[in-house]
Design a protein around this ligand. Structure first.
Ligand code: ATP
Ligand code: MG
Length: 554
């Protein structure tokens, strides 16, 4: 069950809605999630959907998915498909058909004409750079465009010419006539329509002028009957424009109210489609679904479950303060789930061969071991103790080290679920690398509790028989960045962690994937891993590490 209760109690937006309902302001609460189809969704978007979706659900209202498609130069139908896929995977259902801002292009055009007729909009011939220059800054007021005082008649004619495609791209645009001296820059005659000779994925070549986000968003909200239009803090100033537009066109009186909340930021990570795109273009990551990214497809491939991601978003709450969430908090949400759900297994990531000198070559000893130490209902499996086994290189040392509780030359260690062994001799190659270690096993130690001090056993390590294994690749992911708090305008390429991916070629238990539709596993002492079905094949088995169980392994 999701952590709804706390979410409702603590959330300032719910308090606003409670109040609206008390005052009988609305019959039906309506929210929407309005992604722009210019990239794949990321974890920040889950926060936004969780908020909008849970409000509609809680108040038995409606929740719409609206594709905010007003910029054909950056949009693509493949992103719409992926948005749908991600939301369905997360378990969010939207009401009615998917909405598209482009469905309303006719109406939006009519509202633009209405503003022109009211002398509240004009066709400007300044180029983009001049529009910027005339806009002024926070400290200096803007300047009126020389085209600002055209007659209504002339503006209507020019706007129609824009619509007909008589002007080249970038040469003219439609602007609202508000106040070039306003303290709020957004109100300094914002652009409402611009020319783009582009094929649109929905409307094809029907339009060559497209409304801006500011002009279309409030109108789309009003058309759909959205009651609470929730967006992130950077749109705070745009709210004045949002209301100005709705107040000046002839649209339903009870117009939607905009409320802002802070964006989700995660330590050492980025949640911005633009920045994620930079990583992909520069081949820093393998694609949108690279498990190091905080995209939904990346998190899914890494092994996050829908419930862990939703629980995370419901736990962090919704406020107006910008803050940054620790990566370990996201990890704790999946860890608590996997601790219950993931069968245990032994896998060797960095194999080191051990030869048991006093064990016969042809013999094997079958050991029945549990799939979960505390859950008998998860069953048991057989593993085999044989003459040759693998342990992890990190679990062996030639020399004695302080607090090293693993196998040391001349010392004993217990193999998990199996015998005590003692390292006797090392065989090295000419480069001084250890090829294998000769050990002795203690026949009577099976199934007995060990007394570390008395028996002089250093610790317990995991292992795997060399004869009952399958090769596998283990992808270990670390933070993509070395900077904790990446700012949206940072040059992200300056802060890359060059060692964010380590690949090991090791072994898994032979039957691990055979009897199991499950893809999550805890490899003992290593961490939680997820079988990467999409990128694995018969000859290449890939596991992605979701999180480590080893200390100091961040
Ligand atoms: P990006 O910078 O990644 O492109 P965006 O805000 O431009 O983000 P949209 O597709 O326009 O992305 O966003 C759809 C909705 O998701 C918006 O309401 C937006 O405010 C919200 N959203 C985007 N990023 C976050 C985030 N990091 N945390 C919470 N909500 C977010
Ligand atoms: Mg955007």
């Amino acid at each position: 069950m999701y952590k709804y209760n706390n979410f409702y109690k603590k959330n300032f937006i719910f308090k606003i809605i409670e109040n609206d309902i008390k005052n009988k302001k609305y019959n039906l609460i309506c929210t929407r999630f309005p992604p722009e189809p210019n990239g794949h969704l990321h974890i920040g978007h889950i926060k936004s959907v969780c908020l909008n979706f849970s409000i509609a659900k809680f108040y038995k209202g409606k929740f719409f998915l609206r594709i905010d498609d007003t910029n054909p130069s950056t949009e693509n139908i493949k992103y719409i498909k992926s948005i749908k896929k991600d939301l369905i995977w997360l378990g969010f259902k939207w009401d009615e058909n998917i909405k598209y801002t482009s469905n309303y292009f006719n109406l939006i055009y009519k509202y633009a004409v209405e503003l022109i007729k009211k002398d509240l909009a004009y066709v400007d011939e300044l180029n983009i750079q001049d529009i910027k220059n005339y806009r002024g800054t926070l400290l200096t007021p803007g300047k009126n465009s020389p085209y600002r005082n055209r007659s209504v008649k002339e503006n209507l004619k020019l706007f129609e010419k824009m619509y007909l495609g008589d002007f080249p791209e970038g040469s003219v645009c439609l602007r609202a006539k508000i106040d070039m001296k306003s303290k709020i820059i957004v109100m300094r005659d914002p652009v409402l329509y611009r020319i783009k000779f582009q094929n649109h994925h929905q409307t094809k070549r029907k339009w060559c002028i497209y409304p801006t986000y500011d002009f279309s968003h409030c109108i789309s909200d009003a058309i759909e009957g959205i009651t609470h239009s929730l967006c992130t803090l950077e749109f705070q100033d745009n709210k004045i424009l949002y209301n100005w537009i709705l107040n000046n066109i002839n649209i339903k009186k009870n117009h939607p109210k905009q409320y802002e909340f802070s964006k989700l930021n995660i330590e050492y990570g980025i949640t911005s489609k633009r920045n994620i795109n930079i990583l992909i273009k520069n081949k820093i990551v393998s694609g949108w679904d690279d498990p190091r990214l905080l995209t939904i497809s990346g998190l899914r491939r890494k092994g996050y479950t829908p419930s862990s991601l939703k629980n995370f978003c419901y736990s962090i709450g919704v406020t107006k303060q910008n803050n940054i969430i620790e990566m370990s908090f996201l990890e704790s949400c999946i860890k608590s789930e996997l601790n219950e759900l993931a069968p245990r297994s032994m896998a060797i990531l960095r194999p080191l061969k051990i030869i048991i000198d006093n064990f016969p070559f042809k013999k094997k000893i079958k050991l029945l071991i549990p799939n979960h130490p505390n859950k008998k209902n998860m069953g048991y499996r057989n593993i085999y103790f044989t003459k040759e086994i693998y342990i992890d290189i990190l679990d062996f040392s030639e020399i004695e080290k302080k607090n090293y509780k693993r196998l040391i030359l001349g010392y004993k260690v217990k193999l998990r679920y199996s015998f005590i062994i003692k390292a006797r001799k090392i065989v090295k190659d000419k480069n001084n690398n250890i090829i294998y270690v000769h050990c002795k096993y203690y026949k009577d130690s099976l199934g007995k509790k060990i007394n570390r001090k008395k028996q002089n056993v250093k610790g317990i390590i995991h292992w795997i028989s060399c004869y009952y294994v399958k090769p596998a690749k283990f992808y270990l992911y670390k933070n993509l960045f070395i900077k904790k708090d990446i700012h949206i305008n940072d040059n992200i390429l300056n802060f890359l962690n060059k060692k964010s991916l380590l690949i090991y070629n090791g072994f898994i238990e032979k039957n691990l994937l055979e009897n199991n539709s499950n893809r999550h596993f805890q490899f003992e002492r290593e961490g939680y891993f997820f079988f990467d079905k999409k990128y694995s094949n018969k000859n290449k088995i890939i596991f992605n590490r979701i999180l480590s169980l080893r200390m100091n392994d961040k």
